[in-house]
Design a protein around this ligand. Sequence first.
Ligand code: SF4
Length: 432
Amino acid sequence: MRVALVNPPWSFDGSIYFGCREPHLPLEFGYAKALIERAGSEAEIIDAQLLSLTPQELRERVAAVRPDLIVVTTAPSYLFWRCAPPELRVPQETVALLRPLGARMVAVGPHASTTPRAALAKLDVDAAVMGECEEVLARLTTDDWTAVQSLVRRDRDGTVHLQGGLAEVDFASLPALSWPDAWVRRHHHHHHRFDVPPKGPGAEVEASRGCPYRCSFCAKETFRDRYRRRPVPVMMEEIDRLIAQGVEYLYFIDEIFLPNEELLAALVDRPVRFGIQTRIDLWKPPMIELLGRAGCVSIEAGVESLTPEGRNALDKNCRMDTDTLTRRLILAKQHVAFVQANLIASGTDTPEMVRAWRDELRSHGVWANDPVPLFRYPGSPDYRKAWGLPDDLAWERAVDDYLANHTSFSDIQEERPLPLQALERPPRRAVA
Ligand code: SF4
């Protein structure tokens, strides 16, 4: 079987999407390709975003694979599964563009994981994977689809079948990835790096997946949930390959980069810098020092609220008081070139408190953002608390609520975001 793994040509017009708009390596497709090939089939990744393909060029590239199966993702790389564009406009356009090639079509991503029936209907695909997709995609190349778990699929007569629960990959067994030289050369973006302008290429890597915490706003209940690590030798094989390809900066897409002495010690002597997202309350001073020595030049740390009440309301489960958090951020800045503390508009922090705290941090070189409004992502505890388990209209409901309750948007969002009904094509078939 020949499989085309397609990252669409993303655009975000009218979206509330607040993630980074630059291309990033499609790690999920990298793993999936390796597992599909291990299972005896051929797979090719066609990344329309990284390669800046027009729709016409995308169709030609996919057609050249002569695929039996086309897989389309609904988020621009694993890095953004937890904060994907709510609308399916671009994946819908991509499926419609590729459908005439005659292959079976499968969707992967946060939408199929959280609202599988709605995603199947809106995208008009033959099946969609629920949860982490790599191993399920490999199984689709070997097994009868009626026996594949973590799949929603439609029969020829239109009947929809929900098979099994959410997939969780055997993360520790995923192989070291390798990317084509030409892709690495094109990857100019250094994600969340602000200390110096990029000279050589950047890349994304993944040392761990999931998180042991359950913050109320975090959309990870349907994928990337349980915390797991990859073996350090596998990580270093992948990283050394990237360094040999000229990569000078890595971004760890891990939800939460927890202190990992073995990994940091292995990075100390490597000629590469890197960025992470983490919680500063989990880093003791000696490990922060090691983090800096290992080459970390960017930390994004979720503090979320300046009061214990605010952090408790967001279920941060943070044992540190605000003063200690502040001092720990300032200490981190002594070892790491760029440190950012993130706040969420939790309702407990007054503008004066926020201003004073930001000023204090800034006087020590630490950046803190203005509190960002909360989007109740389907798949997050906050969504459940507001409306119960996500149903087929979950994404519409969350966007409508967000638009109704916020009149100003961050500078990385569209000025006038639109409701989903205005962005998506209506489903060709009813949600079953
Ligand atoms: S610590 Fe970060 S990754 Fe973990 S649940 Fe909270 S927001 Fe999500």
